[in-house]
Structures are given as structure tokens and as C-alpha cells.
Design a protein around this ligand. Structure first.
Ligand SMILES: NC(=O)c1ccc[n+]([C@@H]2O[C@H](COP(=O)([O-])OP(=O)(O)OC[C@H]3O[C@@H](n4cnc5c(N)ncnc54)[C@H](O)[C@@H]3O)[C@@H](O)[C@H]2O)c1
Length: 309
């Protein structure tokens, strides 16, 4: 049986770290692509040279040529630029939209049956660009954000209560960013909602820290943004798809009326398997939660509105 093939576009921090995780787990052969000549080739060779020591058989190559990506099962898109000082949010959207449109167009042409996992920010808006550029159905265009946001929430809950992260489940909805909606009544330690275990002000503090989780890391690093947890979160989605695990994970998907939203990419829990998005896992929200979700969806709609035509 042929091994699975995963293309990772963008050989920067998130892309190279995700490539390492995928290869070292023996999950798939990996093709690392970047626009910078030598960068993906160098990182790909370095990763391949780790294989004898780590003990896996995955093939890893780096390239600037999409012909090498042909027939990929999954294409992960991490290419983009970070916001630079003096750059407006709209300028960032326009620049990364151009990059995502170009790379997705080329990757989709080489791998017309692939499942796309978009990582580039602003995430939800970039998912729209990717769907448009690929022409893929919504089942095969997924955004990575909710897995990371809920991992952060789980970390903070576990630290607060002094329990293993393995026993903490967290539930987040909405767009990636400060309008994200952590659902604390569905966030549990060994099945017990955290709202039963912590006072309301502590729950709120953990929710706020989660919503600002990306900024907290940027503030510490000064240059660059988080990549270990983002890469691990991307890996979890790749693993759920390639091994057809039917994991229930929060992903950005194009809603078609679910949660009262139509035609927008917003983060919701979905069943992930070999077909990509196999089912939206819809739950009933309280009026307050629904209002927060709609506010989050409105923020995505606004960003999509500034996308270049
Ligand atoms: N969705 C999330 O939760 C999440 C989390 C972390 C990072 N991100 C986003 O992921 C993206 C990557 O982050 P990073 O830290 O790896 O950045 P990085 O700067 O380390 O890497 C980006 C890479 O993209 C490459 N690139 C730029 N234009 C390209 C093109 N046209 N074709 C191919 N490659 C191109 C660059 O050369 C660079 O190597 C950013 O947009 C970041 O905001 C998203």
C-alpha cells in the first residue's frame, strides 16, 4: 500500500515543525514547499537526516516546484507573512490573501483530490480564499484554529486545578482571535464542568487568557509567533483525517445554516475522517452563547468583506 503524502506549504516555523511531527510519527511522506529557494530543500534534507536516528521511514523532500506535490492526500497551508509594524490589518489580509490564492491554486491543480488544511492568518478569511481558489467542496477545506485555542484552554484549566491535561476537555467555538467563544459549561475535568469546579471570575480569567493566547506568546517572543502548539494542533487534524479516526475537533468550516450561520467559515466542532469534514457536530447554545457566536461570525464577515476581489 502506498504511503500517504502530505504537502506542507510554507517552510517557516509552523510549517517545518508540522512537517517534522508528521514524518516522525510515520504518518505520511512529506513535501515541504516554500517560495524561498533553498529553504525548503535545506529543512527537508535536515529532517530526512534525522530519520535514521528517530527511526522512521517517511520520505521528506523540500522544493519550490508544485510538480513535486502531485497526488497529495492533504495540503497544509502555512505560507504568509506576519503583520509588520505600521501595516494595517487590511494590508495584511490583502497580502496573505494573495499568497494563499496563489499557493492553493497551484497545490490544488497538482492534487485535485486533496484535503486542504489552512493555517495562515487571518485564519477564517484565508479559508474563504482557499475555497475559492481551489474550487473544492466544503468537506475538503478546513481551517486550523479551534484545536489550538482549545489546547490553550485545556493547558490553563489543568494548570489552575493541578490536574493532568489528559483529563481536561475544552470546547471553543467561533472565529480565531479575540472574538473566540470558549464554552465553559462544556469544558470539563473528568466529565465535571469547570463551572462546578472554579469560581466564575477564575473561569472568566482563563477564558480571556485563552482568547489572548496568541498575543501572549508574541509578547514573550518579541519576534515571531507561536509554532509548537500550532504545529501539534495541525498534526492532530492530519492524523484524524489520514487514519479516519472520526475525531470530534473544533475546526473552521464553511457553515451551511448550522448554528444559524450560512456561507461563512467559522470554528465549530466537526467529525474529521478520511473524507475531511464528515459532519458538523451541532449543539444547542444558550442565548448568551448564541449572541457571542454571532458576534464572532460578524467579525469574520467583516474581514471577508475587505478581501480583494
Ligand atoms: N491558525 C492558527 O491558529 C495559527 C497559529 C500560528 C500561526 N498561524 C499563522 O501561520 C502562518 C505561518 O506562521 P509561521 O510562524 O510559520 O511564519 P514564518 O514566517 O516562520 O513562515 C512563513 C513561510 O511562508 C513562506 N512564504 C511566503 N510566501 C510564500 C509563497 N507565496 N509561497 C510559499 N511560501 C511562502 C515564507 O517564505 C516563510 O518561510 C502565519 O500567517 C501565522 O499567523 C496561524
Amino acid at each position: 500500500m502506498a504511503r500517504n503524502k502530505v504537502t506542507v506549504v510554507g517552510a517557516g516555523n509552523v510549517g517545518a515543525t508540522a512537517a517534522q511531527r508528521i514524518a516522525e510519527a510515520g504518518l505520511a511522506d512529506v513535501v515541504l514547499v516554500d517560495i524561498v529557494e533553498g529553504l525548503p530543500q535545506g529543512k527537508g534534507l535536515d529532517l530526512a537526516e534525522a530519520a535514521p536516528v528517530v527511526g522512521h521511514d517517511a520520505r521528506i523532500i523540500g522544493t519550490n516546484d508544485y510538480a513535486d506535490t502531485a497526488g497529495s492526500d492533504i495540503v497544509v497551508v502555512t505560507s504568509g507573512i506576519a503583520r509588520k509594524p505600521g501595516m494595517s490589518r487590511d494590508e495584511l489580509v490583502a497580502t496573505n490573501a494573495g499568497i494563499v490564492r496563489s499557493v492553493v491554486g497551484q497545490a490544488a491543480a497538482a492534487s485535485p483530490d486533496a484535503i486542504l488544511i489552512i493555517v495562515t492568518n487571518p485564519l477564517d478569511a484565508m479559508c474563504h480564499v482557499a475555497m475559492d481558489a481551489s474550487g473544492f467542496p466544503r468537506e475538503r477545506v478546513l481551517g486550523m484554529a479551534g484545536v489550538l485555542d482549545s489546547a490553550r484552554f485545556r493547558t490553563f484549566i489543568a494548570q489552575e486545578l493541578g490536574v493532568s491535561v489528559a483529563d481536561v476537555h475544552a470546547f471553543v467555538l467561533g472565529g480565531h482571535g479575540d472574538t473566540m467563544v470558549p464554552l465553559s459549561r462544556y469544558s470539563t475535568v473528568a466529565g465535571v464542568p469547570i463551572t462546578e469546579l472554579l469560581p466564575a471570575d477564575r473561569v472568566r480569567a482563563l477564558e480571556e487568557r485563552t482568547a489572548n493566547g496568541g498575543a501572549e506568546i508574541v509578547g514573550l517572543l518579541k519576534t515571531g509567533s507561536a509554532y509548537y502548539a500550532p504545529a501539534a494542533s495541525t498534526f492532530e487534524m492530519v492524523d484524524a483525517i489520514l487514519r479516519d479516526r472520526k475525531r470530534v475537533l473544533p475546526c473552521a468550516v464553511r457553515l451551511a445554516g448550522e448554528f444559524g450561520v450560512d456561507g461563512l467559515f467559522v470554528g465549530v466542532p466537526v467529525v474529521l475522517g478520511r473524507g475531511g469534514l464528515e459532519r458538523v457536530f451541532e449543539i444547542r447554545l444558550t442565548p448568551d452563547e448564541q449572541a457571542a457566536f454571532e458576534k464572532s461570525a460578524a467579525a469574520v464577515r467583516e474581514l471577508v468583506g475587505v478581501l480583494p476581489a
